[in-house]
Structure formats: C-alpha cells, structure tokens
Design a protein around this ligand. Sequence first.
Ligand code: HDE
Length: 710
Amino acid sequence: MNKHQSKHNNASEVAGTDSPDKDNHSLKSDQLDQFRSDASHQALTTNQGVKISDNQNSLRAGVRGSTLLEDFILREKITHFDHERIPERIVHARGVGAHGYFQAYAGNEKYSKAGFLTDPDIQTPVFVRFSTVQGPRGSADTVRDIRGFAIKFYTQEGNFDLVGNNAPVFFIQDGIKFPDFVHAVKPEPHTEVPTGASAHDTFWDFVSLVPESAHAVMWAMSDRAIPRNLRSIQGFGVHTFRLIDAQGKGRFVKFHWTPKQGLAALVWDEAQKLAGKDPDFHRRDLYEAIENGFYPEWELGIQIVEEENEMDFDFDILDPTKIIPEELVPVIPIGKFVLNRNVDNFFAEIEQIAFCPGHIVPGIDFSNDPLLQARLFSYTDTQISRLGGPNFHQLPINKPVCPFHNQQRDAMHQTTIHKGQASYQPNSIDNNWPVETPPAEKNGGFESYQERIDGHKIRQRSESFADHFSQARLYYQSLAPHEQGHVVDAYTFELSKVQRQHIREREVQEVLAQIDLDLAKQVGDNLGIEIATDQTLPKAAEKSKKLSMLAFIPEDIVAKKIAVLVHDGVNPDNIAAIKDWAAQEQAVVHVLTPLAAPVKDAKDQQVASDGMQKAEPSIAYDAVIVVDGDNLDKVEKDGVAKHYILEAYKHLKPIILLGDKSGLTEILDLEVDDGVLSADKFTAVKKELTERIRHHRIWSREAVVKSIPA
Ligand code: HDE
C-alpha cells in the first residue's frame, strides 16, 4: 500500500464513514498517479531517456581544458534549469494548498441539481489553495492581509471552482477598478517597498479616495487579516451566485465556509515577529497538521434569497461590498470538506493549479455582480501567460476527473494525442462525435439561467450600490471591545506609516468619521488629527452576531501547540502528566530545553529535547508550561527562559507555573490573572488550561499589557 492509499483510509476513518464512496474519493488521487514520477531504483537519464554515466563533471578538452559545446547533457540540464521559474500570480502569489474531499449533507435537492451538492454518498475530491493577496511568492505568511480561500471541486459533471476570500466583502464594486486597486496596494513603484503590507501611501491614497472600499478595509484592519493559522479562517464566496434546481428555478445564494477548528488570530506584535522568525509559519502549520492526522474541516453553508425577494434589502445583493446579515437570512449548512492529503510536489500542484470563477457546473450559475462578471474573463486570461498557453487544463492538477472531449486542438504544450479526423462540428467523417447534451434535470448539458434582461447599454453605477458606510459601521459595532481596540491600533499603525499628511487626514476625517465617530476620534488622537466637533454622530447600527470572532470558539483544543519549558532537575512526573493530558486532548506538546541537548530530570534520567527554547519561540505556541523541580535559580539566571515567559504573557497566552516555578510571578513581576495558573501537580490545573487554550487568549490581560504611563 503506498503512502496515499493509506492516507485515504485514514480519511474515511476520520470522516466516520466506511463509505462505498472511498473509490470516488480516491479518484483524483488515482488520476494523479499516472503522472507521478518515482525515481527510486531507476537510472539517471537525460530527458530523451539516455542513461547518464557521469553527473558530476562536464565534458572538457583535457582535465584542465575548456568545456565543450558538444556536451548535450550539460546543455540540456542547464537549459531546463534556466527556465524553471514561471511568472508568479499577479495577486495571491504566496499560497499553500492541500487535497481533500467534499461531502454534501442530505436534502439539498430543493436548492440545486448539482450532483456533488445533492448526493450525500459521493465524496468529491477537492483541492484548496490559501493565499495572501499582496506579497510575492517568497513573502511572509503572517502579514496583515486578506487571505484567498480558493477551492476546486473535481465533480462528476466537471470542475467547479469557488474562488473566495476569508472576508465576505471586497474593496471595489466594479472589475474595471481592479488594476487600480492592485497597483495601489502593491509595493510602491519607485522602491518596491513594502513587501506584503498595505501600510504605505499609495494604498491609503486610493482607499481614502474610494469610499466603496470602506467596509473591506475595516475587515483588513481587524483581526481577521492576521489569522493564527489557515485552519482557523472562514471562507466566503463574496459575490451572490445562483443555485438552479432540477425544475430550472433559480435562487440567489451566498457561500460560507466555517472551520470546525474555530477562528483564531495572531496579535499584531506576534504577527510581525513571526514574519521574521518563521516566514513559513502558516504553510508549515497546515502541512504538519495534515501529516499528523489533524485533518482540518470546514462546513459549507448557504444563504438563500428567493428571486422575488431580491429587492427586499436596504442594500443591493449584487454589490460585493455588502454582506447579507445572518439575522436577515440564516446560513443553512449543506455539506463539509476535509483536507487530508498534502501535495507531493509544491510546483506541480500548488503553483500550477489554475482557478477560475467561470468554472461552474449545472446547478450553479452567476449573478450580475459587476465584479464577478469581470472575474469571469480575467482568470483564464492570466493562466495563459502564467502557464504558457491555453492547454493548462491538461496539467494533472487542473484536469477534470470526468471525461472531457471537444474540437479544440493544438496550441502550446498539447499533451493529448487526439484521434479522429474531424476537429469541427457538424461533421459526418467522425459521425459528428463528440455531441452536445441537451439540458436535463440530472446529468444534462449546461444551460445558462434564462434571466430576463431589459435595460440600456450604459456605464453607470446603480444607485442601490451607493451606501458605503452602514455596513462598515455594522461590522465595527458588532466586534467585541478588544477587537474594536485592535481595529483602532491597526488603523493607527498603518496610517502612521503613511508619509503624506493629507492622506492620513482624508482617511480619518472623511472616511472613518463617516463610519464611527468614536473610532475616528481614537485613531485621530493617536495621530494628532482633529475631528470636527460639530460633526453629527453617524447613526448606530444594529449588531450582527456572527461578525465577532468570539462567535466561533472551537469545541476542543485539537492540534493546539504547547511549549513545555524544562531545565536540569525537572520533575518527571509532571512532564508525564502533561503528555498524558495532551494525548487525550490531541494537542501537541513540545518539551523545550535550554540547548538542543537533553536535560537530566530529578531522578537523573534524560529528558529528550523537542527543540531549543531560543529556536522555538513562544510566538509559535498557544500556551506555555514551566515545569517544577528544585531549580528555580536556574530559570532565574536564564534570560532566554525569562523572556519566553514574558513574551507569552505579553501575547495574552495561558501560562502554567508548576511547583517552585510559581515564584516566577514575583521574579518577572507578572500580574496574576485568569491565565496565569499555578499548582504543584499539573493534573490540578489541566481542566482550566484546556478551557483557557480553547478560548485562545486572556483578553482581560490586554489592558495591563497595553498600559502606557501618563
Ligand atoms: Fe482574484 N485574481 N480578481 N479575486 N483571486 C486572481 O487569478 C481578479 C477577486 C482571488 O489560489 C488571479 O489565477 C480580478 C475577488 C483568489 O490561485 C487574477 C478581480 C476575490 C485568487 C485575478 C478579482 C478574488 C485570485 C491571479 C476583479 C474574492 C487566488 C492569478 C474583477 C471573491 C487563486 C490567478 C489561487 C487570483 C483577477 C477580484 C479572490 C489576476 C480581475 C472579488 C482567492 O486572474
């Protein structure tokens, strides 16, 4: 059994099914198998299959002579190497992905006729790619940015791509503004600075002049834009789409992905430090979680709006800068997906995958959202230059799992040897094959939804897209107080990096003041910008309950990481108790030692090191435990360990000080709070620790950490 087969079996165990669909689920994997190249026990050859006898020396005219042009082995190798890089994505260049499967819940026929949404017995193979938007391929994972959340479903009726983000709204309403927006957020043209960040003049110049961006900018300034890991983000289709049922009836729909892992964010200081200490933090986390069998899972939810209710809202459902609050239209769960297999090769799978919002299947259709409409053109166009021609659908990662045949021929990188002589239709030479399939209730050909159109050909934004601030206000006012504080901090930080005073002022006085006067005043005070006192307060928004991240606390602490600090003389019983607890909770414990060498415990036995405290910083963990032993003096003299604890305290993490280590509260001048727990035996605090980790941070501590003396 190869590695991949064994993982599939695990996957169905995790999914709790011993399903007949296993075959279906492994379809994509089997399909990829024919492209996998395994060189073990194989001879080294050229690309023409000629066995190579010397891969260490080029062909020379004498041992100290010049290299000969004749050396076809050298030339082939270097030529190939010279062309190893392809253009990176113009946006979303930095990304990572994994394989998995989607499974629908029962009862969705009332919304859509799509097979993968309606047959709960099918496990549809999927590939997900998460990304940041601004930075290049080599940029850091933890920058402040919206995350791309793109998923390809390899369905039996063709590929369906849901190319979304982890924020439910976008910065612009019309695709014609996309190049302007991207030019503004990308590094400044004269310096190519900053990498992976929006904290610079051109971004704030643009967004302060384009008020339709206000809502999405608010999301980007919130904790959503600095996720703790990619397993703990929501995903949104952003645009309103359509679902079509078997009778041909269309309904508007918004797609939501909700992680079983709950939502969790970094704190800003942590995000910045991680960008330097571990720029690969998110991709490593995803890879390790999947390798360790902690398969991340998301539930697919839909909000349905009947056609006759399209105009019932005080915003336009075609406007991609708006959400439909869940209080108005509930989110109905219709399925889930699980990521259970890492890629074999980053380039062939993550880099070469080509998404396009235009890849849809019968049962799903577009809406007239003008941003979505422009996207339908852009993605295929971009793949042609990025992947070198129009045959990118033939790459293993992009190939549908169902049969596909048509009269398209030739072009760069054609890998299919088409049989038959009639590459046109109609034809009598090949009996007119392949033929069209008429639309039908099930398994029919694709038919566009027959929407009635009656209007002028016109360049004009609909009046119904005009309110740019109400939902930005709704978002801000729905956040918990600590989340609002982070939004104030983020605007302050970003605008403090803007060199031009008039841009700072415009954002605070003309944008923020229209969203929430209190927010504008706080940011204004931090930047020394006055807000006109005669300004009327924008009206308060109703709160929406699913906007705060506190609405998504996970049920368990599976895959959370705990640093356990030990020194010579440490108490082995507590280490054993910590490991038992972690195994039960499926949490990850790392015993961190002062050096990478093992330490000796109180019984003179070796304690193995999972890493050195200096190299595995507290910012990579969710909690810290300092184990007892008659050795407080050792920790007191250990600057690295002391900094470790202080940093975890600063980042609002639970800290457990066992036995003599409770003395550290005094040594480090820590204010004891709900998250600083002491006990002689670890078992006495383990329940509380689980709860603290589940809630992720000790928010009440933030006031102490942030306090600045008057
Ligand atoms: Fe994209 N976008 N986009 N975008 N986008 C790309 O396609 C574009 C938009 C999103 O992991 C590109 O293959 C235009 C909204 C994701 O490979 C490009 C417009 C949303 C990804 C492109 C938008 C997204 C992309 C770059 C305005 C959220 C990464 C490479 C009309 C709903 C997919 C590529 C991956 C990638 C164009 C707006 C999400 C250039 C013109 C809105 C997640 O074609």
